[in-house]
Design a protein around this ligand. Structure first.
Ligand SMILES: Cc1ncc(COP(=O)(O)O)c(C=O)c1O
Length: 361
């Protein structure tokens, strides 16, 4: 079915424009929260997928349990908005950054990941100088081969170092299964996921066996959320993309609706294709080509800086028509925009700045 937008409020918007469909956001959050409650795990939402504190506040009001950040700049944006339960699920390194981290801990409840003894000492020193206490989780490599110590004794040593550092509070373990999020076969994704998190839980037992309490075991993303949430000993999951979604994740997790789209205008109609006024500066292409909402027969063939070229023989499409583009990567697309329009049933409900977009520090 061709859906050419003709709703008055949305037609009053210029294009390209970031749209967030709040009815879909509601359904996505409900689905995830219900699943977490059923499995008795906390839902800490990854803010790197949102970058927008208006949307974060909207989601938090539904009963989620704090936020995850990848970067200090995201954590600072959340604290500025009064959202102060923050886990930076990443290693923060260097004296400038650690000063910012300690500053942040004055006005927010901050926790951070570590995988290195020198970094632990430096975070402890920064916390001590600022007279704050920073929560710390030891990151364990469960197969992604990014950050994290190997499971087992190496993690026990770091946990003990954190526990005995004034200014730091050892909270637990993080293991992230980024290498499994997009495994297409659900049975394979599930089996590999359980195997990975069993290693994390075995490490939890070792640390507890050494007399160190482990309060938090966290991990998982949109692709693996329910598998991670079902592993005994995991206390929290940290997905982010499930809120906005994208066409890449939708292939793996069709139960979450695609609530993010980029409103675009047809600026040229050629014999076998049409061209939209939004290109790679408005639609991320790192996870592949976007799709056109409600037009499965159309195929995006090219995404250049300011243009999207879409193969279509549909003669009803005309210059000036407005369509919505669903990106292949919501997190990277939000990072491109300075604001978004929250819509519900064709009306505009809010205009939100995307405060942490374009930030990588
Ligand atoms: C540490 C960490 N946790 C969780 C996530 C989950 O995010 P998503 O729900 O987008 O898969 C990511 C994504 O990159 C991540 O890096």
């Amino acid at each position: 079915v061709t859906e050419v937008l003709n709703r008055a409020a949305i037609d009053s918007l210029d294009s390209p424009q970031t749209l967030v469909d709040l009815n879909r956001v509601d359904a996505n959050v409900k689905r995830m929260l219900d699943g977490c409650r059923e499995r008795r795990v906390a839902l800490r939402v990854h803010f790197k997928s949102l970058k927008c504190t208006g949307l974060a506040r909207y989601v938090a009001a539904k009963g989620t349990n704090g936020f995850v950040c990848a970067k200090l700049s995201e954590a600072e944006a959340l604290a500025d908005a009064g959202l102060t339960d923050i886990f930076i699920a990443n290693e923060i390194v260097g004296s400038l950054k650690l000063r910012r981290l300690a500053e942040l801990a004055r006005r927010a409840e901050v926790r951070v990941c570590v995988d290195d003894p020198t970094n632990i000492a430096a975070i402890g020193q920064a916390a001590h100088e600022a007279r704050v206490r920073i929560g710390v989780l030891v990151e364990v490599n469960i197969g992604q081969d990014r950050c994290g110590v190997e499971p087992g004794e190496a993690a026990v040593l770091l946990a003990r170092q954190v526990q005995t550092s004034p200014g730091l509070r050892f909270l637990g373990l993080q293991g992230y299964d980024g290498h499994l999020q997009m495994v297409i076969d659900p049975a394979e994704r599930w089996a590999k996921c359980v195997e990975a998190y069993e290693r994390l839980i075995a490490t939890r037992r070792l640390i507890e066996g050494a007399g160190i309490p482990v309060k938090v075991v966290t991990g998982g993303g949109t692709g693996t959320w329910e598998y991670v949430a079902s592993v005994a000993g995991v206390t929290e999951i940290q997905p982010g993309s499930f809120i906005l979604m994208d066409c890449a994740y939708h292939a793996v997790r069709p139960e979450f609706g695609m609530s993010l789209s980029i409103l675009a205008t047809v600026i040229s109609r050629r014999p076998h294709w049409y061209v939209l006024d939004a290109g790679s500066k408005a639609i991320s292409r790192d996870f592949g080509m976007p799709v056109i909402k409600d037009r499965p027969q159309d195929q995006v063939t090219k995404l250049s800086e300011e243009h999207t070229t879409v193969a279509s023989d549909d003669l009803q499409i005309r210059v000036g028509d407005r369509l919505e583009v669903i990106p292949a990567h919501c997190c990277a697309t939000m990072n491109l925009h300075r604001g978004c329009v929250a819509i519900r049933g064709g009306s505009i409900e809010a205009l939100w700045p995307i405060e942490a977009s374009g930030r990588y520090d």
